[in-house]
Each structure stands twice: as C-alpha cells, then as structure tokens.
Design a protein around this ligand. Structure first.
Ligand code: MRU
Length: 339
C-alpha cells in the first residue's frame, strides 16, 4: 500500500504508522484533523514528500468534516485547518506546499459540495504526482550510480518518506531496475533512528542489500573505501543550503574530505524560492528523545539536551541536486529550477 492515502469508505486519511516499524507494520486511520496533526507531530507520518501529501489530505479531511452551509463558512474552516496543519512541523516546506496547493484549488468551487470534491481531487492528484515525480528523480539520478556502487544514506528518504518509490532510495531503486548492482549503507540516524528502523526495513522488504552503521562510523567507512557516493533527501532547499535530517551536514563534510560525491534527491516542491538559511526555523524536538530510547533511560533524566531535528548543508558541499526536472549543479540560481 501507499504510505499515505484516502479511504473513501470511512472518509479518512490512512497511513502507515512509522513509529511502530520495524516491529509492526500497522495502517492507522485519521478520522479527525487533530488525529492527523498528532500523527504528523509524533512522526507516525514523516518525510518531506509524505508530509506534502498529508497537508493536502488534511485540507480534504477538514472539508469533509466541515458542517458549513455556504462557501464562505467552509473556506473559513479550511483556513483554520491550514493553520493547524502548518504549525505541526516547521522545517519541511512540502507540508505548507501541499496545504496551499489544495486551498488554492478551492477558488474553482461554486458550492460546499464543490469544495469537498475539489479538495479531495487535488489531494489525490498530489499523491499520484508524487509517485511520478519520484520515478523521474530516479531516472535522472540513476546515471550517477555505477554498477557495483555502494551508496551511503542518512535518515529515510525512501517510499515511506513519500507516497511511494522514494527520492534518494528511489534513485537506488531505479538504478537497480536498470540492472545495476547497488548496495546501501544506512546510517542509524539518532535520535529517532529513521535509518535503522525504517530505511533498513524498507530496503530489506525489496531485497536491496543494506548494511546498518552507527552515525559515528560514516567517516571511517569512507576512509576505508566502502562508500562510492552519499545520497540523501531534503526537507527544504534554499538558495544557499539544503536542510535535511540532523547529521546530514556532518556526512557532507566527511564526503568532501574523502572526495566522495554528495547528492541530494528531492522534488521541486522541496525548494523554498524565497528562503535563506537564516530565515528558516529548524524544529527543536523533545529532549526526552535523547534521554530515552522508548522506555529505556539513556541519560540522567534532567540532563541539558540540544535536539535540533535538522541541519543545513552548504551548497558548496553538494555535488548535484537531483529533481524531476533533471540535475542541478551548485552554484545555481533557484530561478533556473522554475524554468
Ligand atoms: O524528521 P523526519 O523523519 O520527517 O525527517 C525526514 C528527513 O529528514 C528526510 O531525509 C527528508 O524529509 C527527505 S524524505 C524524501
């Protein structure tokens, strides 16, 4: 099944609960906006493109739940829902992009039913297009991978971070589909372990060779000649930097030091055409994510903690950004991406 979808029978957003992986694969239903917002905040649904779809489906859900009798009233309800959805996670630009795209489509509606139909159709289109986009990213990205390569990746930029296929892992899938032998080194991605819990699980489901390492082992793996390229996704790409899961910046420095190419695979919806590093809010997460692992205490309960969810990799560390429109080689102007 897709990572996130709409269930027509129950009028709800259905999604794979990624907090339970790899022990359990469970699909949950979000029948209210607050349950969807909770799912986003707690990372049951996560990854920039999947958040774009969640934003779109969230507006469709709000439209379906609204008791409004006229178009002005339902529009007000959708604006409240948009605010709630956007406030769940601040860094991935795709979430707001998905919300805004569906809100914009509402201007074509003449009545309340029209708003409901249009919001759902637009959200479904976002989900459908995400898969096509990822296949194109895969097509353009696979030329950077040679038969026999080993790719180091961080966090999860796979099908579980998207509606399907994946961005960084989509490139790996496309290269394998072309007949190349590709292996993946997955960094565990502390503190929430998207690499060890999700990336390894999804690759093993597809029988793609994967080796798990702790984040601190990446430099040594590169020094030992075990890594041909680094391939990651992105949460927001501004003119000067790529925001992605905390730890990505460190890999970019290590790749530069070892003269290993560093690729970012992301859809155009991840670009922030107005943003600069300093203008973007990096999400700070609960200190207990570091003090505990599940129920197990790993550190003194009251230790001071610094827990940013993302970091910013300067463009000079990036070899190429692979999008559905092809690859862009820094330095480039973001306007070139729009052409
Ligand atoms: O906090 P998360 O798990 O949502 O962070 C996800 C990432 O950083 C991914 O690398 C990014 O969203 C790209 S997903 C294709």
């Amino acid at each position: 099944m897709r990572t996130i979808d709409w269930n027509e029978e129950s009028n709800s957003v259905v999604l794979v609960d990624q907090t339970l992986l790899p022990q359990e694969y469970r699909v949950i239903e979000c029948k209210t906006l607050s349950s969807l917002c909770e799912a986003i905040k707690s990372l049951r649904i996560r990854g920039a493109p999947a958040l774009g779809a969640a934003g779109g489906f969230g507006i469709a859900l709000a439209a379906s739940l609204s008791g409004a009798k006229d178009i002005e009233a339902i529009t007000r309800d959708l604006e409240v829902a948009a605010k709630a959805l956007k406030s769940t996670r601040p860094t991935a630009v795709n979430l707001g992009w998905g919300v805004n795209r569906v809100l914009k489509a509402v201007s074509d509606a003449f009545d309340v039913k029209g708003v409901r139909d249009i919001t759902l159709q637009e959200a479904m289109d976002i989900a459908e297009e995400d898969i096509e986009t990822n296949k194109l990213i895969g097509k353009y990205g696979s030329k950077f991978l040679k038969d026999g390569d080993t790719v180091l990746t961080h966090c999860n930029a796979g099908r579980l971070a998207c509606v399907d296929w994946g961005t960084a892992l989509g490139v790996v899938r496309s290269a394998i589909a072309e007949g190349k032998n590709i292996k993946v080194i997955a960094c565990e991605t502390r503190p929430l372990n998207q690499g060890s819990r999700i990336t390894t699980w999804e690759l093993m489901q597809d029988k793609i060779p994967v080796t798990l390492i702790a984040d601190s082992m990446a430099g040594w793996a590169m020094q030992q000649g075990l890594v041909n390229s680094v391939l990651v996704g992105a949460d927001r790409i501004t003119q000067d930097v790529v925001f992605n899961k905390i730890g990505t910046y460190t890999h970019s420095i290590l790749a530069k030091e070892h003269e290993i190419p560093f690729y970012v695979a992301a859809p155009i919806s991840t670009f922030d055409f107005k943003g600069w590093e300093g203008s973007v809010k990096i999400e700070m997460r609960n200190p207990d994510e570091l003090r505990f692992s599940g129920c197990e205490q790993l550190a003194p309960k009251d230790v001071e903690v610094y827990n940013p969810a993302f970091d910013a990799t300067p463009m000079e560390n990036v070899t190429a950004i692979i999008t559905e429109k092809g690859a862009f080689y820094p330095p480039f102007l973001l306007d070139e991406v729009l052409v």
